[in-house]
Each structure stands twice: as C-alpha cells, then as structure tokens.
Design a protein around this ligand. Structure first.
Ligand SMILES: NC(=O)c1ccc[n+]([C@@H]2O[C@H](COP(=O)([O-])OP(=O)(O)OC[C@H]3O[C@@H](n4cnc5c(N)ncnc54)[C@H](OP(=O)(O)O)[C@@H]3O)[C@@H](O)[C@H]2O)c1
Length: 367
C-alpha cells in the first residue's frame, strides 16, 4: 500500500515500526486501525509484504524495503518504534537509523555510539558546560569591543561576521552577529540594548561543575561562566550594589582600533580553546573513572555539525587526539602551537588592557 493524498499532505507517516515479527506486526496494525498512518519495515522484506497482503486494508500502511526509504517516508520529527530482537540486533538497527538522520560534515554523519550506560548523558552534560563557557566568552568579547571601540551593536555585528569567516567560524559566532544586528520592532533600538540582562543557570552547567569537582579536573572557564549566569540572575542585588559602591571603571583607552579588534579576536579564540580543552579533559577523566572507554577524537568529529558548540576548530581538537594521548589536550601540539605562539600569550593583551581600566574579567555582561 502506498501513501494516500492525506499522507502526502501530512509530509509522511506519523510513526514507523521496524521489525515486523509478532510484536512489531501487531503494534503496526494497532496504530493503523486507530487511524495513524504507519510506516513499516523489516530486514527481510517478505514479512513486510505478508503484513500488507494480509492486513493492508486495516488502515494506512507505508511499506518500505530499504532503511533509507523507511526513514524518508516519515514526517518530522521522526518517531520510530524498533521491534527487532533484543541486544545486538537492536543496536545494529538503531545505528543506521541515527546515522541516516544525523547532521553530516564532509560526508561523515555526526553520530557515534559513545559508550555504555551513562556515557552519552555525561558527554552531553559536559557539552552543555562548554556551551556556557563559549557564550560567556563571546559576551565578554562583545563587551570589550563595545566599550573599547565605542561602537553601536550593528558595528560589532560586522566584526563577528568577519570573524566567522576564519578560525572562529562556529554556530555561536554566527548567531551572535545576527543577534547584534537585530533591531527591536517596537522601540527601534538594538535588541541587545533592551533585552533583560538576566539569565539563569539550569541543570547541565551546575552538574558539569559538580562533576568536575568530584573528578578533580579544573574546568575554570565553565565554572566562571556558570557563576556569571547565577550572578546575572540576581538583579535584585546588582542594582543596590551599584548604588552603594558606584563604579570607577574608566574608558579602555583604545588608540588603535584594528589592533584592539585583533587582540580581542585572538584572546577569544585562545579562551575558547582552553574552555573546550578543559571540557574534553573532564570527559577523559570521567571515562577513566567510570570505565566508559570514550573516544574523545570521535566527539570532536560529531560535534562539528548539528550541535550548538559546532565550530571549525574542533578539527584541531580531533587532530590533537589523533596525534596521541597526553596529560591534557592543551599540551597537544595542534592546540598549544597554533596559532603561534599558542593560547597563553593570546590572552594577555586584552586582559592587561582591561585591568588598566579597572575592568574585571571574567565579567558579568549587562547593564
Ligand atoms: N514476543 C513477545 O512476547 C515480546 C514481549 C515483550 C517484548 N518483546 C520484545 O519485542 C521485540 C520484538 O519481539 P518479537 O517476538 O516480535 O521478535 P523477535 O523474535 O524477538 O525478533 C525478530 C525480529 O527481529 C528482526 N531481526 C533480528 N535480527 C536482526 C538484525 N540483525 N537486523 C535487523 N532485524 C533483525 C527479525 O527480522 P527478520 O524477519 O529479517 O529475521 C524480526 O523482525 C524484541 O526486542 C523482544 O524482546 C517481545
């Protein structure tokens, strides 16, 4: 049976069942009888044909003989019930399904079996922690540029857009440019100037920091970002504190705009490398502690597409792991040595400049 007009309009079957032995076949029939168009598939196509021959009139079945056609016959988000033999056959079926729906970079699916029991959740938790750090660093870079150049957000957006053509290319840099150029319809003001400067920290940042303390891994960038988010949520304390203590922050005194922008770009790149490196160190420590045998190079590969922290320089992190193991990712030649003279020195100039003007870094960005 093929898709009818109603199905085509809906963009595909509502749900799919693969594995049409006793359980899958009956579940598919049940769904169809209740009015849900159901995509069906089985490793051996004879079972699929038998289902359609014997029960095809009970509802709308969309039969496929290949996994690709099966996945393609489903509406999004795709819901698939896997009813094949438990254990290895189930893994064998799930793998290709995930690979076929995953983002792809250079033809490689951003999908890998990370490890047993909680390994995948642990990695996703640290991924989110890295995301906290990445966003904090971008916010600080924006803040330095805005104050240093005394330029409006739309001008800073152009800088981020240009950065996105180089080593810093990433989803977060790209959307930062979009956000900074966005003008609020109601007030006609830059959106970034009217949005409430309060965020909260949700579970994953906090859990990442808690886990790092347990594992004894210094993830200073992620921890600072998590605390900055907490601080930002305490507007009730910030305003009275400003009234009580005032501020003696002076202008950043930038005399060469281009050099300053380049200093901030390099510092942002170096800081991001440090934050990602610390997160990867935590994943390696967790993997060792819990016996998960996680391949960190594979993570750098799958994070290149389809996720929030996707970034061009993950290629370097993958190179670093391909290059052999070492006590910390930050000591790997592809990370420590590029761009010369390595991350540490890139950080100093904007930091010194900020400190001369009595700015605190790390910093809560906002009004
Ligand atoms: N039967 C029950 O009472 C019952 C109760 C609760 C839960 N379950 C669970 O429900 C699931 C389905 O049970 P079942 O009794 O209907 O079927 P099953 O006998 O456990 O498994 C047969 C199904 O698995 C497929 N299969 C086996 N190895 C495969 C592989 N390497 N790649 C792709 N497909 C493979 C078979 O495809 P082919 O036709 O191509 O061989 C067939 O569709 C199982 O996980 C089972 O543990 C069953």
């Amino acid at each position: 049976m093929t898709a009818d007009g109603r199905l085509a309009e809906a963009g595909g079957a509502a749900i799919g069942v693969t594995g049409l032995a006793v359980m899958g076949r009956n579940l598919a029939r049940n769904l169809a009888r209740h009015g849900y168009p159901v995509a069906v598939h089985n490793r051996s196509p004879e079972r699929t044909r038998a289902l359609i021959d014997e029960h095809g009139t009970e509802g709308t079945f969309v039969a496929s003989e290949s996994m690709e056609d099966f996945v393609g016959s489903l509406s999004r988000p795709r819901a698939i019930i896997v009813m094949v033999k438990a254990g290895e056959p189930t893994d064998a079926v799930i793998g290709p399904i995930f690979e076929s729906i995953a983002a792809r970079v250079d033809g490689t699916p951003c999908c890998v079996h990370i490890g047993p029991d909680g390994a995948g959740h642990f990695v996703k938790m640290v991924h989110n922690g890295i995301e906290y750090a990445d966003m904090q660093l971008i916010a600080e870079a924006y803040d330095l540029l805005r104050a240093g150049l005394e330029a409006p957000p739309a001008e800073i957006a152009k800088i981020f857009r240009a950065w996105n053509d180089g080593d810093l290319e990433s989803f977060l840099i790209e959307i930062t440019a979009d956000v900074l150029s966005h003008i609020d319809d109601t007030t006609g003001r830059p959106f970034v100037d009217i949005v409430l400067d309060e965020a909260e920290q949700k579970g994953t940042g906090r859990w990442t920091v808690q886990s790092a303390l347990d594992l004894g891994i210094p993830i200073t960038g992620i921890a600072e970002a998590t605390f900055a988010r907490s601080l930002s949520g305490h507007a009730d304390q910030r305003q009275p504190a400003r009234a009580a203590f005032g501020s003696d922050v002076s202008s950043l005194g930038v005399d060469d705009d281009d050099a300053f922008v380049e200093d901030v770009r390099r510092a942002l790149y170096a800081s991001k490398v440090v934050a990602y490196g610390q997160g990867f160190d935590q994943i390696v420590a967790g993997s060792n502690e819990y016996g998960w045998d996680i391949d960190p190079g594979a993570l750098a590969t799958i994070w290149r597409g389809g996720c929030i922290i996707r970034a061009r320089f993950l290629n370097r992190i993958r190179e670093a792991y391909d290059d052999g193991s070492r006590p910390s990712l930050l000591m790997a030649p592809p990370i420590a040595g590029r761009p010369p003279p390595g991350p540490a020195r890139q950080l100093r100039r904007p930091h010194l400049q900020a400190r001369r003007s009595r700015w605190l870094l790390p910093r809560r960005v906002g009004r």
